[in-house]
Design a protein around this ligand. Structure first.
Ligand SMILES: Cc1cc2nc3c(=O)[nH]c(=O)nc-3n(C[C@H](O)[C@H](O)[C@H](O)COP(=O)(O)OP(=O)(O)OC[C@H]3O[C@@H](n4cnc5c(N)ncnc54)[C@H](O)[C@@H]3O)c2cc1C
Length: 464
């Protein structure tokens, strides 16, 4: 049970945002004996974390070994740098790599299990470890509350950071059930407020090309933390590297997140003219960008009954049966019928698929250089055995991977690289780690790894 918030009660640490980064920071600070207050703007906790696919990018795990998947820190590091276009901060990438095994073990020690390991965007081997994000959040909340050191208050929106007379961030002004008040923290404040995928204004400034994407992510992810820190002169990293994920049905709503990556199982993607426009084995973020440049920013994932057999029941994004059951997938016995059902000209669709099949048979070079199912891995499959299926999909802006400049300990630095005393950040509100693009599973992963680091660092600033 939470005590009522009162301005005269001073905490050691205030954490803003109750997603994976906020919870992990809070737990780390509480484990060091600090009193922690978690403020959540929405009436419910979880943010984007609760909506996520639950994939974590870990390397060298028991689950990988059980499937004979050879993976290690070196390969993970190289993949991360490659995905990020070598624009990501080496120190942050190395920090993630050095601590990913400990983060994995920590989650396992809390009873979190990973049901599957699949290959996904930006990975040269299968390393997306899937868990149930809601179960994970419940477990983290349990841990936060269990020690009695941390309180979680929902319906409390932080508005502004407060500095002490020496210029250190020492509290926050919030708007909650009892109106506005200012609360103080001895060690400082951790911003774990998520990204800005729900802020039309910030998207218009930093990523105007995303206007046609479906806005998604936690409802509270409107860049509040970013603005609060920006006001204090915080530096920003990778802000222009916002990309959307290709593969969501145009009618996707917050109630049910629908994302299908049939292209990693062997599907191709065509536009409304029945033409392919990209190498489908690339990161779904690259595919999202490519799709935004197509008419109506829509693409159709086209596959046949042979690809259909690659469906992975129960694995989000790879379960082809799920959208079929929801009536999202269009099916026909001939490509011509499929084309007319999705209002695509049949001639171009048939010739696109003929040409693709010829490349699969090595009779010609693929026009977009596709050489595998996902990131060059996996043998391509001809699309020739009926019935044929089409899944209409748009780019979905689920997350923004640019944000505040921090050190590896989550210390926010200003535009000149100087620490802003007392201000820490973790999770999607931060930038620098991903660089130009994102590897599946690294956003939840960074929430845990950098969340723990920020919680430790802010806790060290105060003596209990
Ligand atoms: C549909 C979807 C699928 C995804 N799948 C994956 C995946 O499988 N693997 C992966 O690695 N990543 C995935 N991501 C991205 C990942 O979920 C997020 O990047 C990550 O969960 C962010 O965690 P966070 O703790 O930083 O922010 P969040 O979980 O978004 O939490 C931030 C919280 O801060 C609150 N907040 C905001 N402003 C304030 C304020 N002023 N005061 C108080 N509270 C505030 C918000 O309401 C929110 O609850 C996915 C995202 C989405 C939307």
């Amino acid at each position: 049970m939470n005590a009522e918030l009162r301005p005269d009660v001073v905490f050691d640490v205030i954490v803003l945002g109750a997603g994976i980064a906020g919870y992990t920071s809070a737990i780390a600070a509480a484990e060091l004996g600090r009193s922690v207050l978690v403020l959540e703007k929405e009436e419910f906790v979880g943010g984007s974390t609760a909506m996520s696919g639950g994939f974590f990018a870990f390397a060298g795990t028991d689950e990988q070994r059980a499937q004979n998947i050879g993976d290690d820190d070196v390969l993970l590091f190289d993949d991360l740098r490659n995905v990020g276009g070598h624009a990501n901060d080496v120190e942050l990438v190395q920090f993630y790599v050095d601590r990913q095994a400990a983060a994995y073990r920590w989650l396992r020690s809390l009873g979190i299990s990973f049901s599957s390991v699949t290959i996904s965007s930006g990975q040269s081997v299968a390393r997306s470890h899937c868990t149930d994000p809601k179960r994970l959040l419940n477990r983290l909340e349990e841990v936060v509350r269990s020690g009695g050191l941390a309180q979680i208050h929902t319906g409390c929106r932080a508005l502004e950071l407060v500095r002490d007379h020496q210029g250190s961030v020492a509290g926050v002004t919030l708007d909650g059930a009892n109106g506005r008040m200012t609360l103080h923290a001895r060690g400082g404040v951790v911003l774990a407020t998520g990204g800005f995928s729900r802020s039309p204004e910030l998207l218009d400034i930093f990523a105007p090309e995303q206007a046609a994407a479906i806005p998604y992510g936690g409802l509270g992810n409107s860049g509040d933390g970013l603005r609060m820190a920006w006001l204090l002169g915080a530096g920003l990293r990778d802000m222009g590297a916002v990309t959307s994920t290709f593969g969501s049905h145009p009618d996707t709503t917050i109630a049910y997140h629908e994302l299908l990556t049939a292209y990693y199982l062997g599907a191709i993607i065509v536009n409304t003219q029945g033409r392919r426009f990209v190498d489908e084995s690339q990161s779904y973020k690259v595919l999202g960008d490519a799709c935004l440049r197509q008419p109506d920013a829509i693409g159709y994932e086209i596959y046949d009954s042979v690809v259909r057999r690659n469906s992975k029941a129960g694995v989000p994004v790879s379960d082809l049966e799920l959208p079929e059951r929801r009536g999202r997938t269009i099916t026909a016995d001939t490509l011509e019928d499929l084309a007319s059902k999705i209002s695509v000209p049949p001639g171009p669709l048939v010739s696109t698929i003929d040409s693709y099949n010829a490349a699969v048979r090595n009779e010609r070079v693929d026009e977009f250089g596709r050489a595998g199912l996902c990131n060059g891995v996996g043998d391509l499959i001809e699309i020739s055995t009926p019935p044929f299926h089409a899944y209409p999909a748009k780019p979905l802006l689920s997350s923004t991977f640019g944000g505040l400049a921090t050190t590896k300990d989550g210390q926010v630095v200003d535009v000149c690289g100087r620490p802003i005393a007392g201000l820490f950040a973790a999770g999607e509100v931060t930038g620098g780690f991903h660089g130009r693009a994102y590897m599946t599973g690294t956003s939840l992963g960074k929430g845990v790894i950098f969340g723990r680091a920020a919680g430790n660092a802010v806790a060290r600033r105060c003596t209990p």
